[in-house]
Structures are given as structure tokens and as C-alpha cells.
Design a protein. Structure first.
Length: 283
């Protein structure tokens, strides 16, 4: 049995197929943990969703910001951006079945000693609290008022966590931390404008995983979302950064699609990647 964590797919089906072939992946024996952003920007989001759905329990998938935005487009709450490539999913004859499967994916997971999220974890959240708060969003996604949840999902405020938050504001902070965050202050104020490497942080902000005293510091965290960070880390040898492992290595931008094979202990992993065809990257 082999266990793999894989970074952002973003509709890149052909590289995924090549990576699974390189891993000699067998759904009867092995398990994939996909760290969110299954769809969008790449050329074949529809094939990605169909393939992962067909793998059943062998593919454990998180939701990323692009996956959630697909629901917003489907419900008429967001207009597609210029680089979006999700219309093929919405036009497919099995669209509703695929979207129903997607809305039942997770927002965070803890497995084999690893906490897995798409983007980040606020410094004051423990592993247990992260999973509990992710569960609140999961219940909203699967509940009878999906459109109501989506209407309240968008926005950058509140920009920090407070246990007293309730309703749409509470869910929005959880979503933003788990699917959008890169930088925050020592007390957990999030900032969403900076999207480059760690050196692009605004004054007073840090990469979320470098905040001193982070409650999850003793637990290895795997995440995607941050392609510049993941690509730079992979190029430097793919080691842990403050006990975290960034696995978005920019496949959709012509980089690599990367899998981490999990070893017997959380500090044991092997990175395996395939190059992605830059001609597939959006302009």
C-alpha cells in the first residue's frame, strides 16, 4: 500500500495521468490525497473530476478556492474570469452529479500524521480546532441552503479569527484561511493581496507557517495553493519549511505536478513529479 499527497491539479488531467503511471498507482492498493483546486485554468477540469470520482475512496480530495468558485459560478453569484476554464464542467451531461460529488469533499483532513489543507491554518488554531471548523463549512456545503452559504462566502473581512464570530462571517473567515491565505500577522490578521514568494510579504506580515508559536507547529502540515513557494521549495530539494510541505509546484503554469509519497513516519517522504507542458498553460 502506498500513500500519496498531490498538490493543485487545476484541470491538468494529462499530467495527472502521467504522474499516476509513474507512481504505478493502483486504486485497489494505494490512496491519493489531493490538496484542493481540482479544477480551473487548466485544459480539462471535466476529465479531472470524472477520473477522481471514479477512483472512489482511493482519491481523498480537499476543496480549494477554485473549486468553491465553481459553485459560485454555477449558482450565478460570480461571473467567470477571463482565465477560467470551468464551463465544460457546467455544460457536461453529468454536471450535476459531479458537482454533488464535489460538494461532499473535505475542507481539511488529518491522516497518517499529516494535517492537510489547501492554503493555510491560522496560528491560533490547533489541529482539532482546524478540523472542527472545516467541518462547519462542510456541513454548510452539503446542507439545503448551498446558495445562501455561497452568497456569504465572498469577501476579505473579517480578516482575523474570533471565537465569537457567527453566521456568514464565521464561515467566511474559515474559508479564507483554509483556501486563500498566504500571509498573516503574528495575531492572525490575514492579507490577500500578496501572491508572490515569501519575500513579497507586506510589513508586519509573515508566511502563515512562520508565525512564532503557531498552534500546529508540532504537526506536519501539507498544503497547496502557493505555486511560487512550492516551485521554489521543490527546486531547492523539497524539504520541510517550518514543519510544512508546500506541494503546489505550478503545473498549470508549466511547472511540475508533484506527489509526496508518505513514509512510515511523517518526517519520511519522497517527492515524485512530472513536467507539465507549458503549451497548456493559460496566457
Amino acid at each position: 500500500m502506498a500513500l500519496y499527497m498531490i498538490g493543485d491539479l487545476q484541470g491538468c488531467h494529462e499530467p495527472l495521468t502521467r504522474l499516476l503511471r509513474k507512481l504505478d498507482f493502483s486504486p485497489s492498493r494505494d490512496t491519493l490525497y489531493i490538496l484542493g483546486d481540482l479544477v480551473n485554468r487548466g485544459p480539462d477540469s471535466l476529465a479531472v473530476l470524472r477520473s477522481l470520482e471514479q477512483l472512489g475512496d482511493a482519491a481523498q480530495c480537499l476543496l480549494g478556492n477554485h473549486d468553491l468558485n465553481l459553485f459560485g459560478i454555477r449558482h450565478g453569484l460570480r461571473k467567470p474570469h477571463r482565465g477560467d476554464t470551468v464551463q465544460q464542467v457546467l455544460d457536461a451531461p453529468d454536471s450535476e452529479a459531479l458537482l454533488d460529488w464535489l460538494r461532499h469533499r473535505r475542507m481539511a483532513m488529518f491522516a497518517h500524521g499529516w494535517l492537510m489543507v489547501h492554503a493555510g491554518v491560522l496560528p491560533q488554531w490547533s489541529v482539532a480546532q482546524t478540523l472542527a471548523l472545516a467541518g462547519e463549512v462542510e456541513r454548510a456545503l452539503r446542507g439545503p441552503d448551498l446558495a445562501g452559504f455561497l452568497k456569504g462566502m465572498y469577501g476579505n473581512t473579517p480578516d482575523r479569527w474570533d471565537d465569537a464570530l457567527a453566521g456568514a462571517e464565521r464561515l467566511r473567515v474559515i474559508v479564507n484561511a483554509l483556501t486563500r491565505m498566504r500571509f498573516c500577522t503574528a495575531d492572525g490578521e490575514m492579507e490577500f493581496a500578496s501572491t508572490g514568494g515569501t519575500q513579497t510579504a507586506l510589513p508586519g506580515y509573515l508566511p502563515w507557517f512562520e508565525v512564532p508559536g503557531r498552534a500546529t507547529a508540532a504537526t506536519p502540515v501539507a498544503f497547496g495553493h502557493w505555486s511560487t513557494l512550492g516551485a521554489d521549495t521543490a527546486a531547492a530539494g523539497g524539504g520541510l519549511l517550518s514543519n510544512t510541505l508546500p506541494l503546489d509546484t505550478g503545473c498549470v503554469w508549466g511547472g511540475c505536478l508533484t506527489a509526496a509519497r508518505i513514509g512510515d513516519t511523517p518526517d519520511e517522504f519522497e517527492l515524485v513529479n512530472v513536467r507539465c507542458d507549458q503549451s497548456q498553460a493559460p496566457g
